[in-house]
Each structure stands twice: as structure tokens, then as C-alpha cells.
Design a protein around this ligand. Structure first.
Ligand SMILES: [Zn+2]
Ligand SMILES: [Zn+2]
Ligand SMILES: [Zn+2]
Ligand SMILES: [Zn+2]
Length: 271
């Protein structure tokens, strides 16, 4: 429980507001440069890697497994076998060092952007591209399209692919970090195999005395087939039904290719 609270707190700690504000401060330097010796504005996106709960075990590091009955338990006394196994997906740690779930991040960035915009609008500021400048400044610069363009460019535009985040969700697992167990015989985390044993019985037929001596009438062979169902914890997923996504190694995402992880749109034909 304590762990779960820490994890959710970490998710909430990610905010793009300071980043949007920093970009805006820099954009506003176009008409009012900072005083000499003023502290430089840090314009960094928040840390997007976080320790997140293992999606396979829900953060416990363990899996409570109950053996399903595929026929192997018929006639067995007592209920289904229950066992607790170490979660193989997270190696029992219950958590993952990965990117914040990309879908959550996208929603968070959209919220932060909205809050950024509404707080500046609330101060009566005017939007110049993605930036906001005071109403009075806008009045002065209105006829100076070049200046306004510089302000717009100083703020920049979001990468259309990743919307400021600089990461893109893994396509194989859609940002889940896990993939379904690839083992063909894995049924819900249990490896179900059937083995057929064939037992042959030889029953010798009678013999009779013929002209050439003892003759055998031949032996009759019969066989009985027996199918054994063998159920064991799937060695591939360890009962989790899922494995860490082989494409992203559980990291859920990777730096966005379109913007090389910068999060901003590249200037076309620019530097
Ligand atoms: Zn786990
Ligand atoms: Zn993946
Ligand atoms: Zn499996
Ligand atoms: Zn991008």
C-alpha cells in the first residue's frame, strides 16, 4: 500500500507546466532580453522515466497461481493446487524502471498545456503561436510581423508525432511494457501438454503341430492408448501470462524518431 502510494505520487509529480513557462520566458526575451547576469532559464522537460508498477503482478512481485483443471486433476482429492510464484516479468521486484505510461503522459501534457494557456489568457495575454505575450506588448508589436514571428519561433511548436513529450509508445506492446506469452502451449500461464503413451500387449496365440513341427499361429498384438495431461507453470512466463515486451524490454516507449527525442517540431529547411 505504501509502495502504491509512492508510485502514484510519482506519476502526479510529472508536470510540463514549468517547461511550458520556461519556453514562454525565453520567447518573451525576443522583445525584452534578460538583464545581464540574470539567471539562465532552465528549459527542460520533466524526467519521463519512472519506477512504475509491474503490470503483470500489480506491484507485489508475486503471483498467486491456481492450477487449472485440464483433466489432470480428475479424481484428485482436495481442491485445485495453489502456489505462489515469483513474478518473472519483474523478477520479483514488483516494479519497473520504464517510461511513464505513454497514454498517461499524453493526457498529462494536454492538461498542462491547457492550464498553461488558461492561466495566461486569464492575465489578458495574447497568444502568439504557442507563446503568450502581455496585451500591451502585443499592441506595440502588432504591426511588426517579423518580431511576432520570432517570438513564435522562440517558443517553438510541438513535434506532431509526440506532442512535446519526446517519446513514442512502443508499437509492439502499445506502451504496456508487456506482451502476451509467446509459448503456444501456454494456457493462462500454465503449460498444458498431452502425452500419449501406447502400451502394446502381445498375446501369443496357440500353437499346433503341423507337418513341419511346431507352428505358431502367430501372436496377436493389441495396444491401449493412454493420454496423460501434464499441467505445469509455463516456464516462459512463469505463470504471469505475459512477458516483458521483447521490443522495448518493458520500457514502454523510446525516444521519438521524428524529433530525435526533442519533443519540438524541427524547422523545415532550417539548420
Ligand atoms: Zn511483476
Ligand atoms: Zn514494447
Ligand atoms: Zn506462458
Ligand atoms: Zn517527436
Amino acid at each position: 500500500m505504501g509502495d502504491a502510494m509512492t508510485l502514484s505520487a510519482m506519476l502526479l509529480a510529472v508536470s510540463f507546466l514549468p517547461y511550458f513557462e520556461a519556453r514562454n520566458t525565453i520567447a518573451n526575451y525576443v522583445y525584452a532580453p534578460p538583464a545581464e547576469g540574470a539567471e539562465q532559464v532552465k528549459c527542460e522537460r520533466p524526467e519521463l522515466r519512472a519506477v512504475t508498477k509491474c503490470p503483470a503482478c500489480g506491484g507485489t512481485g508475486k503471483l498467486a497461481l491456481e492450477e487449472p483443471n485440464f483433466g489432470q486433476a480428475n479424481g484428485r482429492i482436495g481442491g485445485p493446487r495453489k502456489t505462489t510464484a515469483k513474478c518473472k516479468v519483474c523478477d520479483g521486484k514488483g516494479k519497473f524502471e520504464s517510461y511513464i505510461p505513454p497514454a498517461d503522459l499524453t493526457a498529462q501534457v494536454a492538461r498542462d498545456r491547457e492550464q498553461f494557456a488558461s492561466s495566461h489568457q486569464g492575465r489578458g495575454e495574447i497568444a502568439v503561436g504557442q507563446a503568450f505575450i502581455p496585451n500591451s506588448v502585443y499592441g506595440e508589436l502588432e504591426k511588426n510581423r517579423k518580431r511576432l514571428k520570432l517570438i513564435e519561433e522562440a517558443y517553438g511548436k510541438p513535434c506532431p508525432k509526440c506532442q512535446w513529450t519526446g517519446i513514442e509508445a512502443c508499437r509492439k506492446c502499445h506502451g504496456e511494457g508487456v506482451a502476451d506469452c509467446p509459448e503456444a502451449d501456454c494456457k493462462g500461464g500454465w503449460l498444458v501438454t498431452k502425452t500419449t503413451t501406447e502400451r502394446s500387449h502381445t498375446s501369443s496365440g496357440g500353437s499346433f503341430r503341423g507337418s513341419g513341427g511346431m507352428r505358431s499361429s502367430g501372436s496377436r498384438r493389441s495396444s491401449t492408448k493412454q493420454t496423460n495431461v501434464n499441467v505445469q507453470i509455463c516456464p516462459t512466463c512463469g505463470g504471469a501470462k505475459k512477458i516483458a515486451c521483447p521490443e522495448c524490454n518493458g520500457r514502454r516507449a523510446r525516444p521519438c524518431k521524428a524529433c530525435s527525442g526533442l519533443g519540438t517540431k524541427r524547422k523545415s529547411g532550417g539548420l
